[in-house]
Design a protein around this ligand. Structure first.
Ligand code: ZN
Length: 357
C-alpha cells in the first residue's frame, strides 16, 4: 500500500476510522457521549474534518497544476510536490487557510469546544464534561479564544444568511438605527471578504468605553421597538454618508416611521423622506440610553434587555463584544426555530466560512 514517497509517519486513515466517520455523519443530534465516541481521538477528528469538508483532501501544486502528495504527519498533515524545483520547497500545512490553521490546541479539544459553544456551556460545564483532557485543564484564555472564533464565524454566516421579509416600522412605530463596525480576529481570507474583517459594535459608546481603536467596515443596524426583526446592511465602499445610508434605510423602513438615531449628521435629512426623526445620544457613557428629550429608549427596554439576560448569565459580559452577541442571538434563535442540532449547525457555519473547496 505504501508508495515510495511515504515515510513511517504517513499512515493512511484506517478503515475503522472511516467506518466511524460514516456513522458520525449520520448523527442527527449530537450528545456528549457521541462526541467522545466519534470525535474523541486525533485520528477520528481528522477523518471527520476531511469528510465534513473542514480539511482539504487534496491540493494542486501552484506551479505544476498537479496533485501534491499528502503526508499525514502531526498535526493534520502536509502537502508536498515532488516535481522539478518543488522538491526543494518546504511542505505546505494541510491546515493552511482552514479552521485549524495555526491551531495550538489538540484537534479533539477544538471539536469539544465547538460542541460547548454550540450548547452554550459555562466554564464549569466545560470542565465537568471534558472527555479530552487527562489531568491538564483547558485554560480560560483558550476557552474564550475559541468561543470568540466560533462567534466570529457565526456573525459572518448570519450576516450572509439574513431572511428579510418586507419593511419594518410604519406610522406610530419607532425604529432605532445605528451604525457599527467590524474588527479582524481569526478570519483572514483575503481582500474580497474585507467586510467581515471587523467586529460589530452596534453601540458606538461601547467602543468609546473600552477605549479600543475600532476600524473597518460600517454596518447599519435597524430594529423596530418591540420587535426582534434586526436588519443589518454593510455600507458600500465603507461610506456612511446620507447618500449611502438613506437608500438603505428606505429599503427596510416604511415611511411615516419615527426613527431614532444618534447625532450623526447624515441622518438630518430623514424628514425629507417622510420620516419623523429623533436623536439619542448613544455615545454618552454616563447616560447612553436616554433620548434627547429625556425619555428612555424603548428598544433598549424591550429587546436588548432580553438579549442581555440571554447572555449575561453565561458571563458573556464583555461589552466590546455585545453587538456580536446580538448576531449570535439571532443565529441561535433561528436554529431553535428550525429545530436543527446546534453542533451540526455550527459545523455548517465553519464549513461556510472556512471553505476548503
Ligand atoms: Zn510543484
Amino acid at each position: 500500500m505504501m508508495s515510495n514517497n511515504q515515510s513511517v509517519d504517513d499512515i493512511p486513515s484506517t478503515s475503522a476510522a472511516a467506518v466511524m466517520c460514516r456513522d458520525a455523519t449520520m448523527i442527527q443530534q449530537w450528545n456528549i457521549v457521541q462526541m467522545n465516541k466519534y470525535l474523541g481521538s486525533h485520528e477520528l477528528c481528522v477523518s471527520f474534518a476531511e469528510v465534513y469538508g473542514l480539511l482539504p483532501k487534496s491540493r494542486l501544486c501552484a506551479v505544476h497544476k498537479t496533485q501534491m502528495a499528502l503526508r499525514k504527519r502531526h498535526p493534520v498533515g502536509y502537502f508536498k510536490c515532488s516535481r522539478g524545483n518543488c522538491k526543494t520547497k518546504s511542505l505546505i500545512s494541510r491546515a493552511a487557510g482552514t479552521w485549524f490553521e495555526g491551531v495550538k490546541l489538540s484537534i479533539p479539544h477544538v471539536f469539544y469546544l465547538m460542541y460547548c459553544f454550540a450548547h452554550r456551556f459555562t466554564r464549569e460545564g466545560i470542565y465537568r464534561e471534558d472527555y479530552v483532557s487527562v489531568g491538564k485543564k483547558l485554560s480560560s484564555g483558550t476557552i474564550s479564544d475559541w468561543y470568540s472564533y466560533c462567534r466570529e464565524a457565526v456573525v459572518i454566516f448570519q450576516l450572509d444568511h439574513q431572511e428579510v421579509k418586507g419593511k419594518i416600522g410604519g406610522p406610530g412605530k419607532v425604529v432605532q438605527i445605528d451604525e457599527s463596525k467590524f474588527e479582524k480576529r481569526k478570519y483572514n481570507k483575503g481582500n474580497n471578504n474585507n467586510l467581515y474583517i471587523m467586529q460589530l459594535c452596534l453601540f458606538k459608546y461601547f467602543s468609546f468605553f473600552s477605549g479600543r481603536r475600532v476600524e473597518g467596515h460600517w454596518v447599519l443596524g435597524m430594529i423596530e421597538d418591540g420587535s426582534e426583526d434586526l436588519r443589518l446592511e454593510v455600507c458600500p465602499d465603507n461610506v456612511r454618508s446620507a447618500e449611502v445610508l438613506i437608500p438603505l434605510i428606505r429599503k427596510h423602513v416604511h415611511e411615516g416611521t419615527t426613527i431614532r438615531t444618534d447625532f450623526w449628521r447624515a441622518y438630518e435629512c430623514l424628514p425629507e423622506y417622510g420620516y419623523i426623526h429623533e436623536k439619542v445620544n448613544h455615545s454618552d457613557p454616563g447616560n447612553p440610553l436616554i433620548a434627547e428629550d429625556g425619555t428612555r429608549s424603548q428598544r433598549i427596554e424591550s429587546h436588548w434587555r432580553v438579549v442581555k439576560r440571554f447572555f449575561y448569565k453565561d458571563n458573556y459580559n464583555n461589552p466590546a463584544n455585545f453587538a456580536d452577541l446580538i448576531v449570535e442571538f439571532l443565529w441561535r434563535r433561528e436554529i431553535r426555530k428550525k429545530k436543527t442540532d446546534p453542533f451540526i449547525s455550527l459545523l455548517g457555519v465553519i464549513k461556510y466560512v472556512y471553505n476548503t473547496k
